[in-house]
Structures are given as structure tokens and as C-alpha cells.
Design a protein around this ligand. Sequence first.
Ligand SMILES: Nc1ncnc2c1ncn2[C@@H]1O[C@H](COP(=O)(O)OP(=O)(O)O)[C@@H](O)[C@H]1O
Ligand SMILES: [Mg+2]
Length: 251
Amino acid sequence: MPFGGSMHDLNESQRTAVTAPDGPALVLAGAGSGKTRVIIERLVWLVDERGIDPRGLLALTFTNRAAGEMRERVAARLQLDRLASWVGTFHAFGLYLLRRDIDKLGRAKSFTIHDDSDQLSLMKRLIKDLPSGMLRVSPREALSWISRLKQDLREPDWGEEPETDEEEVCRVLWRRYHDGLAKASGVDFDDLLVLTARLLRECDGVCEKYRRRFTHILVDEYQDLNAAEQEFTQLIAENARLTIIGDEDQS
Ligand SMILES: Nc1ncnc2c1ncn2[C@@H]1O[C@H](COP(=O)(O)OP(=O)(O)O)[C@@H](O)[C@H]1O
Ligand SMILES: [Mg+2]
């Protein structure tokens, strides 16, 4: 039953998870065991049975497809045309926050998102402009190296000395890439997470606003969260009822 359904179709453990009392709840189960379904039913249960204001619900997941399915199914079950809860991907949520308050980090609200091909052409240019004696790395290699460290919440000038020539050149490229993006008022996909974590960490007013707004936060695929996603989820969820769903085989 892909759409519709009801609490009665749930198995025993799903029902226990859906109706878990307030307070942090952690649900671990295998792939395809009905975890995302638990989030959907819990959203419905919170509104229908517990009388929670849907505007106070935040559900985060990884793919647009999963987010769309959640939104549609919860709306259908609650017989609403449009769900007032915030249900979407981590990246979409980051974008939503940054569009409102990125100026508090000293950056323009009119930023543009640099996608894969924008990143690649910027990086190709930066590699071409490297001093002639420097090691050449491929643009993809440099970008994935930078991405890994950004998702781990490092900054281009983090303390440790580079250990290899490759690392040294990647660090130079990272600083130039960072400046190149800033000059173009651009953010990349990782910035949607990293800058959001920074915004919530550094701007108490912004963090307070979302803490007041979201009373219940539900996170799917928790085992896949990177450091930036973990930090911003924890910051916003400080006073909220948090439900975490994860895959026990991939944690
Ligand atoms: N209790 C249930 N009875 C019948 N089908 C279910 C039940 N729970 C989930 N499903 C279906 O099983 C499939 C996998 O569920 P899903 O929630 O996406 O699993 P997971 O997130 O754990 O991978 C989906 O098609 C879903 O509609
Ligand atoms: Mg799932």
C-alpha cells in the first residue's frame, strides 16, 4: 500500500516507535524494515492524536524524493492540501535558513548556488593559475578533498601542517576556491550545511528563533549525517522532542 494506509497496517515495533512518549527517541532497524514509514506515521500521530501544531514539526531527510513522499503522505493522511510542517532535505533546510539570515555572517542574501559544473569550472581555472612548480591534482580530486574537510567542519586555514605535496596543493586550492566563491557571492552545496551550522552556532538570535518554532524534530537516516548536519540538528533540537531513525547495519 504505497499511499494512504493507517496505523492499523503497522507492525508491533513500528507502532511502538510511532507512539513513543515525548522525549528523545532512537529507532534503529534494518533497510526496508519500514523506518521511513515510522516517521510518516509519527508526524500524523503527533498532529492527529496529540494535537501538536503542525507548524512546530520539522522532519529532515536526505533525498528530495524521500522528502516529497513524506510530505505528500502526511498531508494525505491528515487530509490537508498543504502541510504546514517543514519537511525536506538537510540542504533545502540549510538554504531556507541562509536565505533569511546569511547577512548575519556578513554575506549577501542574494547569493547564488554553485552546482557541480560551476564548481568544476572554477577549480579548473584555479589549477591552471597555480605556480608552475606546484604539483597538479585533478579538479575532481581537489573538489572532493575540499568537500570532505568542509563536511567535517574544517576551515581552509586549520592548524596542522600539510603532510604531503598533494595536501599542500589542495590547501592552496581550497583557500583560492573559498575566495573565488566569496567574490562571486556564491555558496556550494556543502556551504548549505556548513554555513547553516555556523549561523546557528554564532548567532544566538537565529538559533533561538528556530528553537522556539520547532517543538518536534524527526531525523531519518541518522547514520549518514556528517558533522555539519549533526551540529545544526543538535543546535536546533536543544529543547525539542527529538526522534532519530537510523539504519542499524550502516551506523
Ligand atoms: N507495516 C507495513 N506493512 C506493509 N508495508 C509496509 C509496512 N511498513 C512499511 N511498508 C512498506 O515497505 C517499504 C519500505 O518501507 P520504508 O519505510 O521505506 O523502509 P526503510 O525506511 O526502513 O527502508 C515501503 O514500500 C513501505 O510502504
Ligand atoms: Mg528509509
